[in-house]
Write a protein that binds this ligand. Sequence first.
Ligand SMILES: [Zn+2]
Length: 273
Amino acid sequence: MLLKKSIDFGKHQNVSYANGKVTFGKVALNVYCYVIDGVLIDTGSRSLSKHFEPFLMEADIDQVVLTHIHEDHSGCASILEQKRNVPIYIHEMSVQDCERNPEYPLYRKFFWGKRKPFKATAIGSSFSSRTGNWDVIRTPGHAKDHLAFLNKETGQIFTGDLYVQTKTKVVLREESIPTIIRSLEHLLTYDFGEFYCSHAGYIKVGRKSLEKKRDYLIGIQQQVIERYQQGYSPQQIHDSLFKRKYPITKLSSGEWDSMHIVTSILEEIKQPI
Ligand SMILES: [Zn+2]
């Protein structure tokens, strides 16, 4: 069985996008990068570099901003560094990691390729594009360095991997559901309507979708805590809330698992922040 690769290009309002896809058996993954007002938001994965390259090389850009360091978002940054003379910005905590060879499991290298080191600069709390000013919004939870970008002129917001879908069923081992809930609450204090997600694309009913996700996660959190207080074990809590097994869980040897939703919630009630 081979890894199938493809890409779509398009334009929505003032935003151009490339949406790369990798498929292996039942597992299909995709990732977007966006260009708006001279800014490239995320770079696509190294495994799809041949597919992303025409878009990245022709894009009318003078800077690159990364929502986080995960390899599907930063994989082509080294190509941009070599072939285009544009600065690349990321959360300050990841600047050093960008310069190193990354370590992540084999299945991720298989799907997304191996990110090469590149030089990045700390982004700060705001930046300017050709015609607009942007807020850089810290939204950890999916990853510690996760950022969202809000164009204050247009109200468009780029949410990286904060949303992806409303009813999250599997998360990475490093993710924290309580932190994601706080990030969603924080993002919802800003003035915006629609948003652009790195995996789901353009979401017109943006605010509503983020509110729904927040409410869903708060519901899960409450159920986990209730069952914990009733004496359920983490495994029993998991089995009562998440019935389905997802192919990514086996494929990733458990790096993606519904169980991490339960444990990240329990961690926080055992050790309140
Ligand atoms: Zn990610």
